[in-house]
Design a binder for this molecule. Structure first.
Ligand code: ATP
Length: 440
């Protein structure tokens, strides 16, 4: 069931606590753009780092690139984007509002009831000019997907590192799509981030690689804390698949506004490298060292939208409950991706000995992770609520018992758990261990 109310609460919390701000807000905004604030940027980095760790750094068959966003337009001609990266557009004859023809009831305009004109094809690439001239020869496009930069560097990676098939190239970066109807907060943006892999295989090995990536994508969903029953596979039927794709699975997520595409996994055959070989005139074949066979590798492409991932994380982490007499809101982030891992607090801020001890404890815990916050404002309950709302898994309080007021509690501190509100009395090394284990 779509939950509009939940979406409003997420958008409002995201803004209030510095996760996501509307783009260009002080000038009235710019549709389809959002800015990540101080906490959002860290959440995003944590998700990207985890992705890089799982899919690039911990594997011997994966390599990274960071290609330029602006590329020679011939790349987008060869890939078919200049010709075919388009959505069907309709315009209402009365109010002139524009809609995606495949997302609207074409019998009448949902905004004013007017009639629609003819359906037209609208190319979604942003076009600009490189250099001081603005003739057709200087047209460049903002990349509509990061994949193009990977294919363009296939030969460079092969020539410089000599990887053996199967191997993959991973890249994280911005992509731009002039969406007709950006909507649903950071779900459909005009400026977005993608984490993409092009995994090159011998054509005979595509099914095995496809299956491995399918499983790996579920493992990533689990690692970032998405409940397994909210992620669904949709086998895209032949009629809806791109002509070059032999198999595509959409990974869908139960967003508050309905079940929608989160990530995609596609078997793209040799379409891309073959197209770039023809387009560039450069040989992009791979030679098998043992058999000496030469062929164009086939490609499995797992593609992850960063922003859609963050929205799925926010939606599944958002919780409300009653604690004490009060209703509280908290974000049940997996500790691995939580922007702040723990908050350290002296019970009273006007007692220098408590503050000094708390500073010492914070320094000690920062040896485990740098994102250990400090808060000495207001009463302890308020400090806990503030951390709950930003998803901090642990709060640590230093009190007079820590200093030895109750001798058998000396050097112990209170560890408070975000989700249950439960508190334990532990030593600082024990807490360091807890944090270390939770974020591993
Ligand atoms: P949709 O059908 O929702 O427009 P798509 O099938 O065009 O998406 P792909 O081209 O497969 O999307 O892009 C790969 C991934 O990039 C998507 O699975 C999604 O996570 C992300 N993505 C695509 N378009 C957008 C967008 N406009 N805003 C945010 N993320 C996007």
């Amino acid at each position: 069931m779509p939950d509009k109310n939940l979406m409003e609460k997420i958008v409002s919390l995201a803004k209030r606590r510095g996760f996501v701000f509307p783009g260009s807000e002080i000038y009235g905004g710019l549709a389809g753009t959002f800015d990540y604030g101080p906490l959002g940027v860290v959440l995003k980095e944590n998700v990207e780092r985890l992705w890089l760790r799982m899919f690039r750094d911990s594997r011997d068959d994966m390599y990274g690139v960071d290609a330029a966003i602006l590329m020679n337009s011939k790349i987008w001609i060869a890939s078919g984007h200049v010709e075919g990266f388009q959505d069907p557009l309709v315009e209402c004859k009365k109010c002139h509002h524009r809609f995606r023809a495949d997302q609207v009831d074409l019998s009448r305009c949902p905004d004013c009831g007017g009639d629609f004109g003819e359906v037209q094809q609208f190319n979604m690439m942003f076009k600009t000019f490189a250099g001081a001239t603005s003739d057709s020869g200087s047209v460049v496009y903002l990349r509509p997907e990061t994949a193009g930069g990977i294919f363009a560097n296939f030969k460079n990676v092969v020539d410089s590192l000599h990887p053996k098939l199967p191997f993959g190239i991973a890249q994280i970066g911005k992509a731009f799509r002039n969406e007709i109807a950006p909507r649903d907060f950071i779900f459909r943006l005009r400026e977005l981030s993608q984490m993409e892999v092009e995994y090159f295989v011998n054509p005979s090995g595509w099914e095995q690689a496809f299956e491995e990536w399918r499983k790996a994508m579920h493992l990533f969903a689990e690692a970032i804390g998405l409940p397994s029953d909210s992620v669904h596979e949709l086998e895209v039927p032949d009629t809806d698949r791109a002509h070059y794709s032999k198999r595509t699975i959409d990974f869908e997520f139960d967003y508050p506004f309905g079940r929608k595409e989160l990530w995609g996994l596609a078997y793209r055959t040799d379409f891309d490298l073959d197209a770039h070989q023809k387009g560039s005139g450069v040989n992009l074949e791979y030679q098998d060292e043992e058999t000496k066979e030469k062929f164009i590798p086939h490609v499995i492409e797992p593609s992850f939208g960063v922003d859609r991932t963050l929205l799925a994380i926010l939606a599944s982490a958002y919780r409300e409950d009653t604690m004490g007499e009060e209703t509280r809101t908290y974000l049940a982030f997996a500790p691995k991706i939580a922007p702040v891992k723990a908050m350290v607090s002296p019970l009273l801020k006007n007692k220098p000995e408590l503050v000094a001890k708390a500073r010492e404890v914070r320094k000690e815990l920062q040896k485990v992770h740098s994102a250990i916050a400090w808060d000495d404002n207001g009463n302890i309950g308020k400090r806990y609520r503030r951390q709950d709302e930003i998803g901090t898994p642990f709060c640590i309080t230093i009190d007079f018992d820590t200093l030895g007021e109750t001798p058998n509690l000396k050097d112990t501190v209170t560890l408070r758990h975000r989700d249950t509100g439960e508190q334990e009395r532990l030593t600082v090394p024990e807490i360091a261990n807890r944090i270390r284990t939770a974020i591993e």
